[in-house]
Design a protein around this ligand. Structure first.
Ligand code: AMP
Ligand code: GLY
Length: 439
């Protein structure tokens, strides 16, 4: 009997639980959650709300349930050493130990790792904790620079020239702010191109790659407005993206493989979990923007909706180091995922307002995220609320399905209508074409 504990309770974890539930194996699924997610609760034997960032608490709950395998959804428990504590208690884990999760938690760690192992795709960069040398390095980079706070800040610690910073003076002021709060930061070369996510299952030695996905981080249509956790994503039937070529995909695979190897060499033990490369296709090849140590959200909804292989087998193989023996297959379909979020999101989201999902037509394509149940009613809990997925032969058809579904959810919400539309896809293709033709 498989007894599996899923940690986290957003739409990503709803997608994880749904993929586990599809397995024909005998199983019991438990969830340690931060909110009452009705979609997860329906599929689980038990959903318990508690502090899943506390390793001792997670271990005690895992023991209570008799779980033999845990899957960690979000980054914070990884950063706090929840994987280490579970392994120590004899429970297998999908999700890296704290040292290896530095790939996500420290920008400087990742840049240094790639550099010392000669892995391609890194920018020119320097790490600072004082102002000494900052102005000189900015001068060396000219107009193309990015300043990144060296820690978890939900994407908000990154300021990009032209977007958030409009002069070296503004960049210096931001760096000074970080120095004053005792922060370390990285200044690096800004890349120009199209971003994509390429996630790989990794058992420490072997990798199995998932389809490429493109996320949309900006809150409003036309890629405007503040950065968010991701407003929506799409993937294509051939598992590439319309603006990428075969070489781009091969380069991203090679960077993930080399990074897993470097981690094993550095720490003497391998990375077991999902290795999520945030890449940018540029005129000069594929560059690495960042690593995440977990499934992307919304990317998990795209790829897990396509997964044809038994997800319980994959998770056990990640933990056991036997992924080479598993055939990991994804359907050749396109996907479009759209999030509906509270009015005012991300800066001042409304909270506690009733929403209604009864108008949607495909319950299997609906993923609950930041919601709660109050007086028997579904309410918004203040962050990305519900995601829907459209699955079809083309991105265009998948978009039409996702748009129809997401528009039928009512309440004080909004979503991006443009994600996955023909016009936006063409814009990405034209942008990449123009960059490539210049070199
Ligand atoms: P990160 O938290 O490192 O993913 O950064 C957040 C966002 O900042 C990324 O999704 C990119 O859009 C942008 N960004 C980060 N680093 C770079 C870079 N070197 N060049 C261009 N854009 C970047
Ligand atoms: N989709 C962005 C993230 O999961 O970090």
């Amino acid at each position: 009997m498989n007894k599996i504990l899923v940690i986290g309770s957003g739409a990503r974890e709803h997608a994880i639980v749904r993929a586990l539930d599809r397995s024909p194996q005998e199983k019991e699924i438990f969830c340690l959650a931060s909110n009452m997610n009705p979609g997860i609760a329906e599929l689980c034997d038990e959903l318990a709300v508690g502090n899943f960032n506390d390793p001792a608490f997670v271990v005690s709950y895992a023991k209570e349930t008799g779980a033999t395998l845990a899957i960690i959804g979000p980054e914070n428990p990884l950063a706090n050493g929840v994987a280490d504590a579970l392994w120590e208690a004899g429970i297998k884990v999908v999700g890296p130990k704290k040292d290896l999760a530095q790939l996500e938690t420290s920008k400087a760690f990742t840049r240094d790792l790639l550099k010392s192992y000669n892995i391609p795709g890194g920018p020119k960069y320097q790490t600072f904790n004082v102002m000494n040398g900052v102005a000189d390095f900015l001068n060396e980079l000219g107009e193309n620079y990015v300043v990144k706070y060296d820690g978890l800040m939900g994407g908000k610690g990154v300021k990009v020239a032209g977007d958030h910073l409009h002069s070296h003076e503004e960049a210096i002021a931001y760096c000074q702010e970080l120095v004053d709060s005792d922060g370390e930061f990285v200044i690096e070369e800004k890349f120009v191109g199209e971003e994509f996510s390429l996630m790989s299952f990794c058992d420490g030695d072997n990798l199995k790659h998932m389809p490429a996905v493109q996320d949309h981080k900006r809150a409003y249509e036309g890629d405007t407005g503040p950065n968010t956790g991701g407003m929506g994503t799409y993937s294509d039937a051939n598992h590439s993206l319309p603006f990428l070529n075969d070489n781009d995909i091969a380069e991203a695979h090679a960077i993930n493989i080399a990074t897993a190897k470097a981690l094993k060499d550095k720490f003497g033990e391998g990375y077991k979990g999902v290795l999520y490369g945030g890449f940018m296709a540029t005129a000069n090849g594929v560059k690495l923007i960042e690593y995440n140590a977990r499934f992307g959200d919304p990317e998990a909804m795209n790829v897990l909706s396509l997964l044809e292989s038994d997800f319980i087998d994959i998770c056990n193989a990640i933990a056991d180091g036997t992924l080479d023996q598993i055939d990991v297959q994804f359907a050749n379909k396109a996907t479009v995922c759209k999030y509906t979020v509270p009015e005012g999101y991300p800066d001042s989201p409304v909270k506690g307002e009733h929403i209604d999902v009864s108008g949607t037509s495909n319950p299997d394509g609906l993923f609950y995220a930041s919601v709660d149940i109050q007086n028997g009613q579904l309410v918004e809990a203040g962050s990305r609320t519900v995601a829907v997925i459209g699955l079809a032969d083309s991105i265009s058809e998948a978009e039409a399905i996702a748009e129809k579904e997401v528009s039928s959810i009512t309440g004080p919400l909004f979503h991006r209508k443009d994600i996955g539309t023909d016009a936006v896809i063409q814009k990405r293709v034209d942008h990449m074409g123009a960059l490539r033709s210049k070199c």
